[in-house]
Design a protein around this ligand. Structure first.
Ligand code: KIV
Length: 299
């Protein structure tokens, strides 16, 4: 039974460090990041050997069924982050700061970042935005918390950016993204996510920074890549952004498994004798006697 404690333990493994990620950048070894949002996905990603896990606010859409990431709350991220951290031993776990948890002031950002780290046990937090986020990154880092910055297409402000579209396609915009990247690194960010940015722009940013860059729709020139768990496993169906590559057909497998279970319940094939618990014959006899003696008598 999956609720048995024995099935929830995994061998202790050494935690990766941010220094190890920097070393990967230096040596040219690509960094693998994937999103995960709960204990089993955290554990599977760890067992698959990823380097870092992002508990993204994309959970608002992939897990909570909402239309955008904007409604995700700090409490949502704490529940999801805490569960994921329990499953992921070796990878560095990054938890997204949701919209509204860092936009108001540096103090607010630090207070909420501290809550995320204390209540989930994650290794670092992620914030979206360039120029306006630089002082938040500096303040959170000064409080002793590692930060992953996220620029390019920043879904929390997609409306302001004109929708879910690539950013930095003109020279002026590309220079602005490069400037933001430099400023975020100078403010103390340890990782930088580049989303939906033309490949030559992200490659140039990657060359110019000492911190690792993680791309999503930003081409092969980044130090690493991130994809959303539900997208790469084929759990999300329907429209997918062009950068998504699907590596499994999990939705089909899951749907077929549930349908097979439903058919067996309906036919009586499940549960079979091997799924049942027995009791000693004499105990059963005593039980039958007691049960028939205590049965309500017809009036
Ligand atoms: O929330 C998320 O999953 C993200 C990734 C798409 C980078 O921010």
């Amino acid at each position: 039974m999956s609720t048995h404690p024995a099935s929830t333990t995994s061998p202790a493994q050494a935690k990766l460090s941010l220094l190890a990620l920097r070393e990967k950048k230096r040596s040219g070894e690509r960094i693998v990041m994937v999103t995960a949002y709960d204990f089993p996905s955290g554990r599977l990603a760890d067992e698959a050997g990823v380097d870092t896990i992002l508990v993204g606010d994309s959970a608002a859409m992939t897990v909570l069924g909402l239309d955008s990431t904007v409604p995700a709350t700090l409490d949502d991220m704490i529940v999801l982050g805490r569960a994921t951290v329990r499953g992921a031993r070796r990878p560095i776990v990054v938890v997204d700061m949701p919209f509204g948890s860092y936009q108001v002031s540096d103090e607010d950002a630090v207070r909420n970042a501290i809550r995320l780290v204390k209540e989930t046990g994650c290794d670092m937090v992620k914030v979206e935005g360039g120029t306006t986020t630089v002082s938040r990154v500096r303040a959170i880092v000064q409080a002793g918390i590692a930060v992953c910055a996220h620029i390019g297409l920043t879904p929390q402000s997609a409306t302001l950016l004109g929708g879910y579209r690539a950013q930095g396609r003109s020279a002026t915009e590309a220079v602005s993204i490069l400037d933001q990247a430099r400023a975020l690194e100078a403010a103390g960010a340890s990782l930088l996510v580049l989303e939906c940015v033309p490949s030559p722009v992200s490659a140039r940013i990657t060359q110019q920074l000492t911190i690792p860059t993680i791309g999503i729709g930003a081409g092969p020139g980044c130090d690493g890549q991130v994809l959303v768990y539900h997208d790469l496993l084929g759990i999300t169906e329907g429209h997918r952004p062009r950068f998504v590559k699907v590596y499994a057909s999990a939705a089909e497998t899951m749907r077929a498994g549930i349908a097979a279970y439903a058919a067996e319940v309906r036919s009586g094939a499940y549960p079979a004798p091997e799924h049942e618990y027995s009791m000693p014959d004499d105990e059963l006899r005593l039980f039958e006697q007691a049960a028939s003696g205590s049965a309500p008598q017809p009036a």
